[in-house]
Write a protein that binds this ligand. Structure first.
Ligand SMILES: Nc1ncnc2c1ncn2[C@@H]1O[C@H](COP(=O)(O)OP(=O)(O)OP(=O)(O)O)[C@@H](O)[C@H]1O
Ligand SMILES: [Mg+2]
Length: 251
């Protein structure tokens, strides 16, 4: 079957992927704090806006005002994208509420679509897919799957619930990008499990070389696609991410 490509909105990255992501697949962008995960997903969404393809951003770790401000600062026209219906922002956060001698996790949203509680993972997937269908979204981003992992509990449940969540979002040819924060101290139980339930993984890092930190990106896996294996250098500038696919990273 022929491969239908979707641009990531980051030119050098499309090149490293041999022409972009495959439509209808799920890709996890994983990295430590401040490595550029959110900005990369915004490029992906705004590339959709540029091409007239609707997108939905489900953010579980930043509030809407802050997202809008940061996008605008990077030259992304968020207000017109939202007004035109090409971009939907659904922003929620994980809250801990006391319950019968213990605690329970809840994801709370200000958005009128997302008021129903308790918001289990299947319920959340249902609300997001409903909105995605309404606007005929071709691109969905889930920024910060950490809260979903907290909600899911054990590894077995994570695999089942988060896997079904991703599958339900990626149905009907919608391409899904997720982000996952890797802790600086490796070895946390849930850290690498999500790597196995997605079609692709792009890992962002900051490495110390000759007196400064360099940002690197590595395509860890991408099912069905032949891609560059070596780490690639990139920068975050006032216009967002710029990738340098041909620059060698110093040893
Ligand atoms: N206008 C800009 N110019 C240069 N660098 C910037 C600019 N805006 C953001 N950055 C860099 O990008 C980083 C934030 O990127 P981003 O929010 O995508 O990271 P993240 O991996 O999503 O972080 P978190 O783990 O906190 O969610 C900042 O820490 C800063 O280093
Ligand atoms: Mg982020």
């Amino acid at each position: 079957m022929s491969l239908v490509r979707v641009s990531t909105g980051v030119p050098g990255l499309d090149e490293a992927l041999g022409g972009g992501l495959e439509m209808g697949r799920s890709v996890l962008v994983a990295g430590g704090p401040g490595t550029g995960k959110s900005i990369l997903t915004w490029h992906f969404l705004f590339e959709g806006v540029r091409e007239g393809e609707a997108g939905v951003l489900l953010s579980l770790d930043q509030d809407e005002d802050m997202i809008r401000r940061d996008m605008t600062r990077l030259g992304m026209s968020v207000d017109s994208a939202v007004e035109s219906g090409l971009l939907t922002l659904l922003c929620g956060d994980l809250r801990v509420v006391p319950r019968e001698g213990g605690y329970e996790y809840l994801i709370a949203f200000d958005h009128p679509l997302m008021q129903e509680q308790p918001l289990t993972i299947p319920r959340l997937a249902d609300l997001v897919t409903r909105r995605a269908k309404e606007v005929n979204a071709r691109r969905i981003v889930v920024d910060g799957i950490g809260p979903l992992l907290e909600l899911a509990g054990s590894s077995f449940e994570i695999r089942q619930l988060v896997y079904s969540f991703i599958r339900s979002l990626a149905s009907c040819g919608t391409t899904v990008m997720l982000t996952h924060e890797l802790r600086t101290i490796p070895g946390a139980v849930n850290d690498e499990m999500p790597f196995f339930i997605v079609d692709g993984v792009i890992r962002l890092d900051m490495v110390y070389r000759t007196g400064d930190y360099i940002r690197t990106l590595r395509i860890v896996k991408m099912r069905g696609i032949e891609h560059v294996m070596r780490p690639i250098m990139f920068k975050v500038t006032s216009e967002g991410i710029i990738v340098f696919p041909d620059t060698k990273i110093p040893d």
